[in-house]
Design a protein around this ligand. Structure first.
Ligand code: ATP
Length: 327
């Protein structure tokens, strides 16, 4: 396919040159060959310039410098964030900080605003008010398509994979945001493209082993059990090398044994891969077991924040989950 494109561009240049040579009664074969060579050279130069000119999204732009008061050990800061849908206030001035290496549990009853906050963090929603800082820089100026490049990875509550692709290819897709090739370089299979592809393949193999997915690596995702699909989604998020991993109800639909394994895996991901984790979860047993810090929401507001034990025994949290005696 790549060589067909190369030949096609060379052929177009050759035909144009040959036509011009014929009309001026010059040596047609010589000018056709020269045209072919010029076409090749032009596409290589375009590829090199494209590579050199591609923006480095990890570098802060002048209008997005780190906020000076941002804490050194903070990774993510949610500041006074509100989201309004028509007349519904889904989030109302929510603030909290996440420290590097933390597993932060975000809990709350149905409709508390957890998913809305999650969607703000992954840039699917734009807050009506407030700020979200990642390593001191606003993420609200970023496009949703750039969010993986800023170091934020996520999984979805109901699993959002490419069902007809293999497990390996689904994970590879996650790693593409860390490659820098473009259409022309890809088409010509230039040396850095081949190097990046080799590195990406190695990374995918490592993730397949890490998540114990080697046996199903070449199977289509559609036919796999739900628990396995959830691990594939986790693999896709890991392939993007996130600094912070947002897990949206990872225990949903899993049996008791799978939840136990998941808890272990999330702790290993934090400890071995140095990834900070935000866990939105209804499974209180899991949150209380693995979270270092818990934020509880109710009706879009922050209800309580602290260690799992402190939040679990907070009277407002107990009331929100169990209801008051009066109600
Ligand atoms: P659950 O645990 O059931 O997933 P949640 O804590 O994630 O609940 P959200 O889904 O964030 O809660 O919803 C918060 C509020 O915002 C709810 O009242 C919900 O109906 C409303 N809401 C969420 N998304 C939208 C939307 N796209 N349009 C209108 N209202 C919405």
């Amino acid at each position: 396919m790549n060589w067909i494109l190369f030949l096609a561009i060379g052929a177009v240049f050759a035909i144009v040159s040959a036509q011009m040579a014929r009309s001026r009664k010059r040596n047609v074969a010589f000018w056709a060959a020269l045209g072919f060579f010029t076409g090749f050279l032009a596409i290589v130069i375009l590829a090199v310039l494209g590579k050199a000119g591609s923006p480095d999204v990890s570098v802060a732009s002048a209008d997005n410098r780190p906020h000076s008061e941002f804490g050194k050990d903070s990774l993510l800061s949610v500041r006074d964030v509100s989201v309004v849908f028509g007349g519904i206030v889904a989030l109302n001035g929510v603030s909290f900080d996440m420290k590097k290496g933390q597993i932060l549990g975000l809990i709350g009853p149905n409709g508390a605003g957890k998913t809305t906050l999650f969607n703000c963090l992954s840039r699917l929603y734009q807050p009506s008010k407030g700020e979200i800082l990642m390593e001191g820089r606003s993420i609200l100026t970023r496009q949703p398509s750039q969010i993986a490049e800023t170091g934020i990875g996520r999984t979805f509550q109901n699993v959002a994979l490419f069902p007809r692709l293999s497990v390996r290819d689904n994970i590879r897709i996650g790693g593409h945001c860390r490659t820098s090739s473009d259409f022309v370089s890809d088409a010509l299979k230039l040396p850095w493209v081949r190097r990046e592809e080799r590195e990406l393949n190695d990374k995918v193999d490592e993730i397949l082993s890490y998540l114990d997915l080697h046996n199903v690596a070449d199977r289509e995702v559609a036919g796999l059990p739900f628990g396995t699909q959830k691990r594939v989604e986790l693999g896709r998020a890991l392939a993007a090398e996130p600094k912070i991993l947002l897990l949206d109800e990872p225990a949903g639909g899993l049996n008791h044994e799978e939840v136990y394994v998941l808890g272990d895996l999330v702790c290993r991901i934090r400890d071995e891969r140095n990834i900070t984790v935000l866990l939105v979860e209804h499974h209180m047993g899991l949150v209380m077991k693995i979270a270092d810090h818990v934020v509880a929401l109710n009706f879009g507001k922050k209800l309580a924040e602290g260690t799992p034990a402190a939040v679990q025994s907070d009277p407002d949290v107990i009331k929100a989950y169990l209801g008051s005696k009066d109600s």
